[in-house]
Write a protein that binds this ligand. Structure first.
Ligand code: NAD
Length: 478
């Protein structure tokens, strides 16, 4: 008889990879061994299963929620819907969330969830049943709540799933004032926040823009500073990949390659993103796109084409020892979590390349999730209290300048000065500030210590130090 737990047995070593990066960075800190062990370990791993009815039969769904670190509450992290999900993967992703939150100064511990299904094999009604039952299981074990553990979208899930989670939580906690803070990435109509959907990709684009703005760093790669004209290949045209491509294009870069699960397309002169998306909507695939000069049935070949920057934004373990030697990009911007294996990262760095590490590069999502959580706790949209007040104050100043100088501003000049910030503008401003500051912080750590070989190691040093300080402040370590 087959082992009923076979499907939940870890089948790779992603958590081991994260720990390997951690151990490498830990040597550049001076924290006691026991404290480092505590920071590295996953605090709580909840593995569970439940039945659902599918047609005339029943199916057992395997699921996880891992809370990696309780040095801050609540814990925070997305829920992955994928048939490849396993315990090791969820543990690795939860650990990355702890380090990610620390890097961008978001006051959460790290967590992650996983439901082992391919969403494409289920009806919307079945997905709703699975999501609601998953939420109930978390509630029963106290693994969800605005002050406990706050999920968000990840690979295979989005606003729809988050709204089912919020509704289930509220149904089981009637009258709980802050109930809507139990999950982020909700639709705006259900207490979500403007800018969350695109936040991770926008953050990736800001991270890349910041990285290429340092002329000396670019010179060492044989590149000029700035994004204008930089050629970019993106893997994964989902939430993170699409929005990364969109904002990188807005900042002046050219998308020359796109890789999806069923193949890749390339044009050295550029691919029009919206045309590719329209083509995929019509045909179900990015292949056979007229604007491409080359296409590859083997998607991985798309990663190896000529470009300056490669943005893996699909899944982990995409760049390994097996293919890193053929990757032509000089910068890898990790939109996905864990796309580069430690061996591949080593080889790429030895060649002089720059890796903008996942734990910083894709932190835009959790940053704006933090803003959404704050909005839910304060029960007021950003800008609501002061937008009109600011506009009136600015109008008074403009009127005074006009009367003192005797000149009149154009309507465009007036509205540019008077305009009060909307929620979206405030969110984007907070996101941009966070991504820029964090990049400088990581780069400075690297520059200060020549033995620190990469931005990833520097990012780990930064987060280990911050988590260690939290433990010390709790009085757990002297
Ligand atoms: P998504 O489900 O919206 O999109 C993933 C895309 O990748 C899909 O279009 C899928 O078809 C494609 N894909 C799958 N396998 C592929 C392959 N082998 N080659 C090329 N493309 C492939 O997921 P997402 O939310 O964009 O997440 C992508 C990655 O970003 C994950 O690693 C996730 O953990 C990470 N991430 C997501 C967020 C977020 O806010 N959604 C935040 C931080 C990190």
């Amino acid at each position: 008889m087959a082992n009923p737990n076979e499907a939940v047995a870890p089948n790779n070593d992603f958590f081991g990879d994260v720990c390997q990066f951690f151990d490498h960075a830990a040597q550049f800190t001076n924290h006691p061994k026991g404290l480092l062990e505590q920071i590295k370990a996953c605090n709580s791993v909840y593995r569970f299963q439940f039945p659902i009815r599918k047609g005339d039969s029943f199916e057992v769904i395997h699921a996880w929620r891992v809370e990696h670190s309780h040095h801050m509450s609540p814990t925070k992290g997305g829920i992955r819907y994928s048939e490849m999900v396993n315990e090791d993967e969820v543990m690795a992703l939860a650990a990355l969330m702890t380090y990610k939150c620390a890097i961008v100064n978001v006051p959460f511990g790290g967590a992650k969830g996983g439901i082992k299904i391919n969403p494409k094999n289920y009806t919307i009604a079945e997905l709703e049943t699975i999501t609601r039952r998953y939420t109930v299981e978390l509630i029963k074990k106290n693994f969800i709540g605005p002050g406990i553990d706050v999920p968000a979208p990840d690979y295979g899930s989005g606003e729809r799933e988050m709204s089912w989670i919020a509704d289930t939580y509220y149904t089981m906690n009637p009258g709980q004032l802050d109930a809507m803070g139990c999950v982020t990435g909700k639709p705006i109509a259900l207490h979500g926040i403007a800018g969350r959907r695109e936040a991770t990709g926008r953050g990736v684009a800001i991270a890349v823009r910041e990285c290429v703005s340092f002329a000396d760093d670019m010179k060492a790669l044989g590149l000029t500073a700035g994004l204008a004209g930089k050629k970019i290949i993106i893997q994964g045209l989902g939430n993170v990949g699409y929005h990364s491509a969109k904002y990188l294009t807005e900042y002046g870069a050219t998308i020359v390659g796109l890789c999806e699960f069923d193949g890749a397309i390339y044009n050295p002169d550029g691919l029009y993103l919206d045309d590719v998306v329209a083509h995929r909507k019509e045909t179900g695939s990015i292949l056979n796109f007229k604007g491409a000069t080359k296409e590859f049935k083997n998607s991985a070949e798309g990663l190896e084409q000529e470009c300056d920057i490669l943005v893996p934004a699909a899944l982990e373990n995409q760049l390994t020892e097996a293919n890193i030697g053929r990757v032509k990009a000089k910068i890898i911007a990790e939109g996905a979590n864990g796309p580069t294996s430690p061996q591949a990262a080593d080889a790429f760095l030895k060649r002089g390349g720059i890796i903008i590490p996942d734990m910083y590069c894709n932190a835009g999502g959790v940053t704006v999730s933090y803003f959404e959580w704050l909005k839910n706790l304060s029960h007021v949209a950003f800008g609501r209290m002061d937008r009109r007040y600011e506009e009136n104050a600015s109008t008074n100043i403009v009127n005074m300048i006009e009367s003192m100088t005797g000149s009149t501003m154009t309507p465009l000049q007036r509205s540019t000065i008077i305009h009060g910030a909307s929620e979206l503008e405030l969110v984007n401003s907070g996101l941009e500030d966070t991504m820029i500051r964090s990049y400088h912080e990581i780069r400075e750590i690297k520059m200060r210590n020549p033995k620190i070989d990469s931005l990833r190691t520097a990012a780990f040093v930064s987060s280990i130090d911050k988590v260690a300080v939290s433990y010390m402040n709790m009085g757990i370590w002297p």
